[in-house]
Ligand binder design. Structure first.
Ligand code: 13P
Length: 243
């Protein structure tokens, strides 16, 4: 199965950057699937710039309802119309900044699936939780309550303390957590759980991508800072194992 290398631009990026970035990623020969998740304002422009390229677009959040009186929110169907095929849900920055609970995440995830898109559901422990030996319990709890019935999509394991810090867990810790996530998915979803991609996210860079992406049960990466430069995202994609 090809790995998925997803760039999460977070609240970064201008219209003027889209054409150059799109041109750079279009020119690459890829053996991994590439996904760009820019802010809402750039999705439509990116969709035009990447048309016919096979490079997918995604969004970083959506509302749980398809439409209605929700000032400032955007629905999955609207994002689909703009060109998104994936939506990141429950990123730790949203869980922290916007108080998104597992129940909220489950509702949004169901909305993404109902709109015919693929959710990327984020889970991950804080540093205090890891230090207390609770990392796996926390992530299992998040999975148990953040995934709606009939879930099909992508999971991203992003330890909160590894995001934007330049620190990553040891290879053993990443492999152990990905194995635990796989076990939880199979327990909850049966056969479907065996085939879902589990991405690693948190300070993935061109220099550490090859060793992280080679670990068992790692199906790709969710890349923040390094995804803002096309050449860095492409270098990470190049480091993915061929398969
Ligand atoms: P960094 O790659 O900047 O650590 O961010 C990871 C992340 O949060 C991706 O969603």
């Amino acid at each position: 199965m090809r790995q998925l290398i997803a760039g999460n631009w977070k609240m970064n990026g201008k219209l003027a950057e889209v054409a150059g970035y799109a041109q750079a990623v279009r020119a690459a020969t890829l053996h991994a699937d590439l996904l760009i998740c820019p802010p809402f304002t750039l999705i439509d422009r990116f969709a035009a710039a990447l048309a016919g390229s096979g490079i997918a677009l995604g969004a970083q959040d959506c509302h749980a309802n398809p439409h209605g009186a929700h000032t400032g929110d955007t629905s999955a169907a609207m994002l689909a119309e703009a060109g998104a095929r994936y939506i990141i849900i429950g990123h730790s920055e949203r869980r922290l900044d916007h108080g998104e609970t597992n129940a909220i995440v489950a509702g949004k995830t169901a909305a993404v699936i109902a709109a015919g898109l693929t959710p990327i559901v984020c889970v991950g422990e804080t540093e205090a939780q890891r230090d207390a030996g609770e990392a796996e319990t926390v992530v299992r709890q998040q999975l148990a309550h953040s995934l709606p019935e009939g879930f099909a999509g992508v999971i991203a394991y992003e330890p909160v303390w590894a995001i934007g810090t330049g620190r990553t867990p040891t290879e053993e810790d990443v492999a152990a957590m990905h194995a635990a996530i796989r076990a939880a998915l199979v327990e909850k979803l049966g056969e479907t759980g065996k085939g879902l991609l589990i991405l690693y996210g948190g300070s993935v860079k061109p220099g550490n991508a090859a060793s992280l992406l080679a670990l068992p049960e790692v199906g790709g990466a969710l890349v923040g800072g390094a995804s803002l430069k096309a050449e860095d995202l492409l270098a990470i994609a190049e480091a993915a194992p061929r398969g």
